[in-house]
Design a protein around this ligand. Structure first.
Ligand code: F6P
Length: 478
């Protein structure tokens, strides 16, 4: 067993909760990453004397200052990745093998043996770091598809720990997962945890079924029993956002003014439609923009009074499929604006950039219809952010039935992103809905988002992990 550290709660995630900011004079500092996960876990980390283990986003060749440090009151433990590991572990196995495989094979997953070797090596490094910093009997919460082997590797080093795992993306059906040449090793990696969490019950069921089929362990409902008697629970914990915080931001005078300024800059149109996504082929940006363009082309919408604002945040730009899809979207937007736009009135206002939360809140306030149409998405938090910002109970949400969030936000206009005509009909219906109908739907969605926020998600998961006894036998059974 590795010597233990002092952290009672250890978060292990591919990325640290801070981003490096380089000033023009070359000096660099850390800035807390935006996003609900960090704000939800920060208070829990403080209570527990917590540590966060993750990659800085750079390469060990660029920077060697990788000693643990404290930022914003959080103990941060960097894990170095070499340039080759970034290519093979992060861009390769994580984002060109697992990402497409777990997202319904929307793009073809690549299976490369050297990438798998790199994935194993990097997972081992994360596990070793966690084993060093965790106090005896500590809780360790491992996050996401990049680190699926960590639970088992860590348990081998530190059997005294309580280990939780949460997958932030969908977990695919057995028929797709079984393509993975290293399927059994991944399942065994996850089984090192006491609790394996998914967004949806379907993900947990897929996992349990695969464990039974491919590993041969006994399963009963959401419990897997290992040969040594240890039990692993697989269950759904749908993630959310800090809804109150988003609403406060949306109500602030600065954001209110900015939302008005955005509408004015767009020519004060009658209708603003909005899409906000990481530029990822799973997000269904292409069919959504096509649906909208057809509505303009056939005269349903007029660019004089309707505009589509699409924010596409740059992401994983060195991975081939991402480059390809960026070109496709650039071309589509160029064609649509060339064919349908007028002077000062583009049909699509396209922004390839990322924005701070304040600007996002202003965009949500400015938009009459939010269009979220992923082909597959673990949860999708953008739609929850939109709902949280609509404190007047107005605005319409058009949402893909293949986003995890569709299970909670059933009052949205639910669409199949593969069905362009269906999407067009839903957008038109949402655009023509009377205010009472909008209020009825938005009120119900706002109640869901307010009640199930990210704090409830994090404390719910950690309370259950806390109830696990070191032997792996549960004190509390639901
Ligand atoms: O949704 C999965 C996820 O890995 C998130 O955890 C993360 O914020 C996002 O995708 C972006 O990923 P990357 O770390 O590859 O930029």
């Amino acid at each position: 067993m590795t010597a233990s550290g002092s952290a009672d709660l250890v978060i292990v995630a591919n990325r640290l909760p801070v981003d490096r900011v380089v000033e023009p004079d070359g000096t660099s500092s850390w800035r807390r990453s935006p996003g609900g996960l960090v704000s939800a876990l920060e208070p829990v980390m403080r209570v527990h004397d917590g540590a966060w283990i993750g990659w800085t986003g750079g390469t060990s060749e660029e920077s060697d200052d990788l000693a643990p440090f404290v930022e914003d009151g959080m103990q941060l433990v960097p894990v170095p990745l070499s340039a080759r590991e970034v290519e093979e572990f992060y861009e390769g196995f994580s984002n060109a093998t697992l990402w497409p495989l777990y997202h319904d094979v929307v793009a073809k997953p690549l299976f490369k043996r050297e990438w798998w070797e790199s994935y194993k090596r990097v997972n081992q490094r994360f596990a070793e770091r966690a084993a060093e910093v965790a106090a005896p009997g500590a809780m360790v919460w491992v996050h996401d598809y990049q680190l699926q082997l960590v639970p088992q590797l860590l348990r081998e080093l530190r059997p005294d720990l309580r280990i939780g795992f949460f997958l932030h993306i969908p977990f695919p059906p057995a028929e797709l997962f079984s393509q993975l040449p290293w399927r059994r090793a991944v399942l065994e990696g996850l089984l090192g945890a006491d609790i394996v969490g998914f967004h949806l019950p379907g993900g947990a069921q897929n996992f349990v079924r695969l464990v039974r089929q491919r590993v041969g362990h006994k399963t009963h409902r959401d419990l897997v029993t290992l040969p040594d008697g240890r039990q692993v629970r697989a269950a759904a914990y749908p993630i959310s956002i800090d809804a109150a915080d988003f609403e406060d931001l949306a109500r602030s005078p600065d954001v209110t003014r900015r939302a008005e300024a955005i509408r004015a800059a767009l020519g004060n149109p009658k209708r603003v439609l909005l899409g906000v996504d990481r530029l990822d082929y799973t997000k269904g940006i292409y069919p959504r923009l096509r649906a909208y363009a057809e509505l303009v082309a056939d005269g349903t919408f007029d660019v004089e009074d309707t505009v589509f604002v699409q924010v596409a945040t740059p992401s994983r730009e060195r991975v081939d499929e991402y480059r390809k899809m960026r070109d496709e979207i650039d071309m589509l937007v160029g064609r649509v604006n060339g064919d349908l736009g007028q002077i000062g009135r583009p049909a699509i206002s396209y922004l390839h950039s990322s924005y701070p939360r304040e600007e996002m809140a202003a965009l949500y306030r400015a938009a009459d219809i939010m269009v979220v149409t992923p082909y597959r998405d673990g949860m999708n938090l953008v739609c929850k952010e939109y709902v949280a910002c609509r404190y007047d109970n107005d605005g319409a949400l058009v949402l893909s039935e293949f986003a995890g969030a569709a299970h909670e936000l059933s009052q949205a206009w639910l669409v199949n992103p593969y069905d362009i005509n269906g999407m067009k009909a839903a957008i038109v219906e949402a655009a023509n809905a009377d205010p009472k109908e909008l209020t009825r739907r938005m009120k119900a969605m706002r109640k869901t988002v307010a009640e199930h926020d990210v704090d409830r998600w994090a404390t719910g998961f950690l309370d259950e992990l806390d109830a696990v006894r070191p032997s792996g036998r549960r004190r509390v059974r639901r």
